[in-house]
Design a protein around this ligand. Structure first.
Ligand code: GDP
Length: 295
């Protein structure tokens, strides 16, 4: 991911690298290229413009033109601003409750079920937790089956109620079950639909009210570009989620969602997933992502 963006930025910085002195025209041209690279990566127009305006202001304020290594200084400013755009510092997942309840929401096909399995695996193997997975998609038996298969592959039990049509009751029963059996994290995988609709939002809001999760993680397919940002906004308006999970960063994504989502919904990206294997989940670090983008 981000290869295109990295290459494009690399090209625009060529102008600055290696030159002893740079001029205001060099800076303006570079920023024009940076803006273009961001737009090509599917970053929202306004965000790209604000970004380059801010970099310009900082560059002039830091007196880049008279610096000993003006190119390097400029690149550092862009790096720091990129990290800031993605939230600045890493935001850890909240695991304070007993059990801690994590609600996973998003559109169908975004990668919710896969992520639920990956998160259970991550919390079990890296944080020594005893997670319980909960299958709340009562509309698609295949989704329940998928979660059972994932759970079995990582050795995490899956709570489900055969034949039930009431996801709110399932979620409540699962939390009670976790309490009585000593599971300390409950990960609730909810039903999604192909587009945002009232019935889905009502249902997931009811589950939220019933089980009062510490974390509501909104899962979004990063390959959907600007749509990812719009969907995030709609879910956030209704659910007031606590974090974002970007999936499918291994695919042919231009990565703009990672750069735009934080500014639009003002919620941290907590995890990124790049692959179908249970191990391919990473905690999101804005600084590291900025390093990767700048190559
Ligand atoms: P859900 O409907 O939101 O629960 O989505 P699923 O978890 O069933 O995922 C939909 C499809 O995307 C499945 O084929 C997954 O294997 C695939 N998938 C999920 N996460 C990733 C990812 O990070 N990378 C790739 N390449 N595929 C993924």
């Amino acid at each position: 991911m981000f290869e295109n963006l990295s290459e494009k930025l690399e090209r625009s910085f060529k102008l600055l690298k290696g030159e002893g002195k740079i001029t205001e025209i060099n800076v303006a041209e570079t920023l024009k290229e940076v803006r273009k690279a961001l737009l090509d990566a599917d970053v929202n127009y306004k965000i790209a413009k604000n970004f380059t305006d801010e970099v310009k202001k900082l560059a002039l304020g830091a007196n880049v033109l008279n610096a000993v290594k003006p190119g390097q200084m400029m690149i550092k400013i862009v790096h720091d601003e990129l990290a800031k755009l993605m939230g600045g510092t890493m935001t850890d997942i909240d695991l304070k409750g007993t059990p801690s309840v994590i609600l996973v929401a998003g559109l169908q096909g975004s990668g919710k079920t896969t992520f639920s399995g990956k998160l259970a695996n991550h919390l079990k193997s890296k944080k020594g937790r005893q997670p319980l997975l909960v299958a709340c998609d009562v509309y698609r038996p295949a989704a329940v089956e998928q979660l059972k298969v994932l759970g079995a592959s990582i050795g995490v039990p899956v709570f489900f109620e055969e034949g039930s049509t009431d996801p709110i009751a399932i979620a409540k029963a699962a939390v009670a079950h976790a309490k009585s059996k000593g599971y300390n994290v409950v990960i609730v995988d909810t039903a999604g639909r192909l587009a945002v609709d009232e019935a889905m939002m009502k249902e997931v809001t009811k589950i939220k009210d019933a089980i009062k999760p510490q974390e509501i993680l909104f899962v979004v397919d990063s390959m959907t570009g600007q749509d990812a940002v719009n969907t995030a906004k709609e879910f956030n308006d209704r659910l007031d989620f606590s974090g974002v999970v970007l999936t499918k960063l291994d695919g042919d994504t231009r990565g703009g969602a990672a750069l735009s989502i934080r500014s639009i919904v003002d919620k941290p990206i907590k995890f990124v997933s790049a692959g179908e294997k249970m191990e391919s989940l990473d905690v999101f670090h804005p600084e590291r992502m900025a390093d990767r983008i700048l190559g």
